[in-house]
Design a protein around this ligand. Structure first.
Ligand code: UDX
Length: 475
């Protein structure tokens, strides 16, 4: 047998320091390393410490000899919450402190290609150009949101932006090419909403729009989506970004590419509570609603209680991820829990701090997913063929939940509402009343997702093309 050929390319992968970004970019890192490319994965110290504590970094390194990690500080104190309203601060801090550190690594490590998170687009472009390294941008959001960010300046020209306030939320946006009449103002990315108190544009609006425009300067763009999922947006994106690689769902590639000994890796920044798998084993087919709002969402105790009552009153079994940092300080945070919730949860529920989500979604007892619609969660649910109830929190999630309910028709969107009766009704609709309708659409989409990453599928081929492209620009 011939020894594996090691590539001369050295790829530096630099994700935004948040679970969703690290997950999908680490999946790409493994796929590149599987093809013997030298890959350095650049984490912030904070992220890496958490991965070292809770993920299986050692076995990852043992499996992929050409993969290694490097770290830089994010410039924030250790006790910073790095979630909820302050979730963007590590990114903002890195944009300032990270410049010389990134430049140094690019030079010292003889990097030939920088795969940077598109949220760092300008920083990556500037540093890579300065030292003469090619840059590829990885966007961890879907194509439809990427396209909406890109199209924002034209929405001003056609007078569809700005959104003027609450009374404007149900106005339909007509002029996003490929997505005409799909989004209402409330379905635009959350950063397109004006600040409630001042009426001024959201603080991150300018940044997300200008960083997206910066991707025009990159050698290529990578999206963790597949052609059949977001064809309308992609056909327009390709006119502006001719070198685009749709390689998703990334977490699903290894099944078709890797030897059987290589299974999915645990990239978690929280400790996974494996007791949930046994709990799921003990329940009937598709009888459990899995509830999780991702890695950054925070909510008040009042909102938590609405979800809790809604779930208990629905009489469905539920598995609910309540992260240790999810509940914001506020009135009633430490109050005791009403007896009917304690009873209902004991009978039919399980609340845990973090789960192996991809495995949970693939479990036969899971019938639906109540989700914040982070892009990873959305695409993981699509692969598993699990219908969704959506409660988007911020950023791209408002767009994703509209795709779920109105484009793909694999679930319901409860955006901007947090009410126990709505929760109860939607859970019952997805689990019982409209179960067959949603399941049929979800199963069709899951088949397409798997086809796309199987040998001969578009995402499978695009990953090969991406690797060839990296080799080419690395010469
Ligand atoms: C946010 C954005 O909304 C997302 O679209 C963006 O691309 C990244 O930042 P986040 O809140 O982290 O994301 O959600 P999501 O993108 O869904 O990522 C969460 C990840 O954590 C998923 O891959 C999910 O499988 C994983 N997870 C979540 C677990 O492994 N266990 C859990 O208990 C909960």
């Amino acid at each position: 047998m011939k020894p594996p050929q090691t590539s001369s390319a050295h790829v530096l992968i630099f994700p935004c320091p948040a679970q969703g970004h690290v997950n999908s970019m680490l999946n790409l890192a493994q796929l590149l390393a599987l093809r013997h490319l030298h890959v350095t994965f650049l984490n912030t110290e904070h992220t890496h410490n958490r991965l070292t504590r809770f993920a299986d970094i050692e076995s990852l390194l043992a499996r992929y000899p050409t993969l290694r990690f490097k770290t830089i500080p994010d410039g924030l104190p250790e006790e910073h919450p790095r979630s909820g309203e302050r979730a963007a601060e590590p990114l903002l801090s890195l944009k300032v402190h990270g410049k010389p550190l990134l430049r140094d690594i690019l030079v010292k490590e003889k990097v030939t290609c920088l795969v940077a998170d598109g949220l760092f687009a300008k920083l990556a472009n500037d540093m890579a150009e300065e030292v003469g390294v090619a840059t590829i941008h990885f966007r961890t959001i879907g194509a439809s949101c990427f396209w909406t960010y890109f199209w924002a300046p034209y929405l001003f020209q056609s007078n569809e932006l700005p959104v003027t306030g609450e009374e404007d939320m149900d106005r339909v946006i007509t002029s996003i090419p490929g997505m005409e009449n799909l989004l209402r103002c409330r379905d635009l990315p959350s950063f397109f909403r004006p600040n409630r108190d001042t009426g001024k544009p959201h603080v991150h609006f300018e940044t997300v729009v200008s960083e997206t425009q910066q991707s025009l300067r990159a050698s290529a763009v990578i999206l963790n989506t597949f052609d059949d999922l977001e064809a309308p947006a992609l056909s327009h994106i390709r006119r502006h970004f001719p070198t685009i690689f749709t390689v998703g769902p990334l977490h699903q590639h290894r099944e078709s590419r890797a030897p059987t000994s290589i299974t999915t890796s645990n990239n978690s920044m929280w400790e996974e509570d494996m007791s949930c798998m046994e709990w799921l084993d003990s329940h009937p087919f598709r009888s459990v609603i899995y509830v999780s709002f991702g890695s950054l969402t925070t909510m008040t105790k009042e909102s938590l209680m609405e979800f809790w009552y809604g779930l208990v009153n629905s009489k469905m079994r539920f598995l609910w991820v309540v992260r240790s940092d999810m509940i914001t300080a506020g009135e009633g945070k430490d109050e005791s829990v009403p007896a009917e919730l304690v009873e209902g949860t004991k009978e039919r529920g399980l609340m845990v701090g973090w789960v192996p989500q991809v495995e949970v979604l693939a479990h036969k007892s899971v019938g639906a997913f109540m989700t914040h619609c982070g892009w990873n969660s959305t695409i993981e649910s699509v692969v598993a063929g699990v219908p969704m109830v959506c409660w988007p929190y911020f950023a791209d999630q408002q767009v994703n939940s509209r795709l779920v309910s109105d484009s793909w028709k694999v679930g319901l969107d409860m955006k901007d509402v947090c009410d126990r009766n709505v929760v109860e009704n939607m859970v019952n609709d997805v689990m019982v009343n409209r179960k067959e309708e949603f399941l049929q659409s979800a199963e069709k989409l899951a088949i397409l997702a798997r086809k796309n990453v199987s040998e001969g599928g578009p995402s499978y081929d695009n990953l090969d093309r991406l690797i060839e492209f990296i080799e080419l620009i690395s010469q």
